[in-house]
Design a protein around this ligand. Structure first.
Ligand code: TAP
Length: 454
């Protein structure tokens, strides 16, 4: 049996070891999930709703334990980890209302009537990255279960602990065995078997664009349903007429949240050139005062990166001689620390400007006018997120419509809410999660004609 040692990213010390599921176990669990499906889809909608509420209550009562696991195993600051555990509860509660609302339509036709049904697709394979182990698990798990699907979830190898505990909480809350299964293990072993297994009818993948592309090709061979949530290189666009104080004060949280390991990180700040000096003067104290340190401390705003390898990857974007305008602090000693770093001015071909860094590194680039801001924002293969700062309502709407991205905010740095649709344009993904329609993505529409003529 292969084991994986989970390291505490803040101390580099082992937290625990986890037995990795084998390829055979992944295949067997997929088959068990398929066996559990007919009974789960037959549970009366109100009863399925109640079971999801019981699951949410179990998560709620274990929220401190879950938060502690995320602090130890992923290095998330305790305040963020508590919020993430609360998000699992809230997402389960939100979608617990869905089973009783999965109503079809009645369509008038000559000679009878047509009715439509939302039929669950079957077993869903849910593949989760390491950056937000709890929220991203819940975004796929809750609407899939609500729609009447069974779920086999594969957390990232590096961060399996909270998903495993949530899997056991599902059983404690009364979900039948096989309805929600968590399989820790390698992507190339467990994840790939979920993609390949013919009884897994849909894959929900969140991760890198590179792996997403290969999973899409594998799903194509079986015409398997697929949702992809992939990388990002989002812009934070600041016009001269914006509230510069607020824009600068919140810019660090738009990119350094979760140490920049955030698909929605606004990692390219674009500032109208007439105010760029003033903006940089406001940004510097906002960046240098970000509290980076012990994730267990309630005052901490930014923790470590996930691993030594990932820190080396992030550092490769800031080689000797890089145009560091200013940077914040990070602890010395053990832990995969990297300080918040602002690069300016950057060349248009600088990898820190063109590629997803997935760490606390942000570039600042000037633009002259609205057209140039939109052109720069769209000059990327990605299209996940972004922010627009302006006091001109018309401009806010024009730019929001022109930026090719799935999730935007105006005069705010936050755009992800579980009750609104979430997903990417271009190479940031395919399909949408969250929002009121998410359970529909786990169903097929069936159309039945009923003759009424004698
Ligand atoms: P990946 O390396 O792509 O891994 C994501 C998940 O896929 C992990 O569970 C991984 O397992 C698994 N995996 C790897 N190879 C696989 C294969 N051949 N078949 C099936 N599964 C496989 O990404 P990551 O480094 O963990 O996450 C960072 C990336 O995710 C960034 O690009 C980020 O932007 C993106 N992301 C996007 C979003 C949204 S919502 N758009 C949210 C968060 C993150 P192992 O880890 O065990 O190898």
């Amino acid at each position: 049996m292969t084991e994986f040692t989970v390291l505490n990213p803040a101390t580099e010390e082992p937290v625990t070891t986890v037995a990795q599921a084998s390829a055979a176990r992944a295949m067997a669990s997929s088959a068990c999930s398929a066996e559990a499906w007919p009974a789960w889809r037959a549970v009366a909608p109100g009863d399925r709703a109640r079971m999801l509420r019981d699951f949410a209550a179990a998560v709620d009562s274990a929220s401190e334990e879950l938060a502690g696991l995320e602090v130890a195993g992923s290095g998330h600051p305790i305040g963020a980890a508590r919020w993430e555990a609360g998000q699992v509860r809230d997402v389960l509660l939100y979608y617990s209302a869905a089973p009783e609302r999965l109503s079809g339509r009645q369509i008038p036709v000559s000679g009878g009537l047509n009715v439509t049904f939302h039929e669950p697709v079957g077993v869903v394979g849910l593949i989760v990255p390491w950056n937000f182990p709890m929220p991203i698990l819940s975004w796929g798990m809750a609407p899939a279960l609500a729609a009447g699907c069974t779920v086999v979830a594969k957390p990232a190898e590096a961060t399996p602990l909270t998903a495993m505990r949530i899997g056991s909480l599902a059983l404690e809350a009364g979900l039948p065995p096989g309805v929600f299964t968590v399989l820790p293990g390698k992507g190339s072993v467990v994840g790939q078997r979920l993609v390949d297994h013919p009884l897994v009818r849909k894959i929900v993948f969140t991760g890198s664009t590179e792996v997403g592309r290969s999973i899409m090709a594998d799903c194509a061979r079986q015409v398997k349903r697929l949702t992809l949530e992939l990388g990002g290189k989002s812009a934070n666009i600041i016009f001269a007429d914006a509230d510069l104080e607020r824009a600068a004060a919140t810019a660090p949280y738009a990119v350094f949240d979760n140490a920049g390991q955030d698909c929605c990180a606004r990692s390219r700040i674009l500032v109208q050139s007439s105010v760029i000096d003033r903006f940089m003067a406001l940004l510097e104290p906002a960046v240098t005062t970000v509290t980076v340190g012990d994730p267990a401390s309630a005052a901490t705003e930014m923790g470590p990166l996930i691993s030594a390898a990932h820190r080396a990857h992030v550092a490769s974007f800031v080689p000797d001689g890089a145009p560091v305008a200013f940077r914040g602090h990070a602890p010395a000693g053990p832990g995969f620390w990297y300080p918040p770093t602002v690069l300016a001015p950057v060349r248009p071909d600088d990898p820190a400007y063109t590629e997803e860094v997935f760490g606390p590194v942000v570039t600042v680039t000037p633009f002259e006018d609205e057209a140039e801001a939109v052109a720069i924002a769209n000059d990327t293969p990605y299209g996940l997120s972004g922010s627009i700062w302006t006091s001109n309502v018309g401009r806010a709407i024009r730019v929001a419509r022109a930026v090719e991205s799935g999730n935007l905010s105006v005069n705010s740095h936050s755009s992800v809410r579980y009750w609104t649709p979430f997903g990417g344009f271009k190479q940031s993904g395919l399909g949408r999660e969250l929002g009121p329609d998410a359970p529909d993505a786990f169903t097929e529409t069936k159309n039945v004609f009923i003759a009424t003529e004698e």
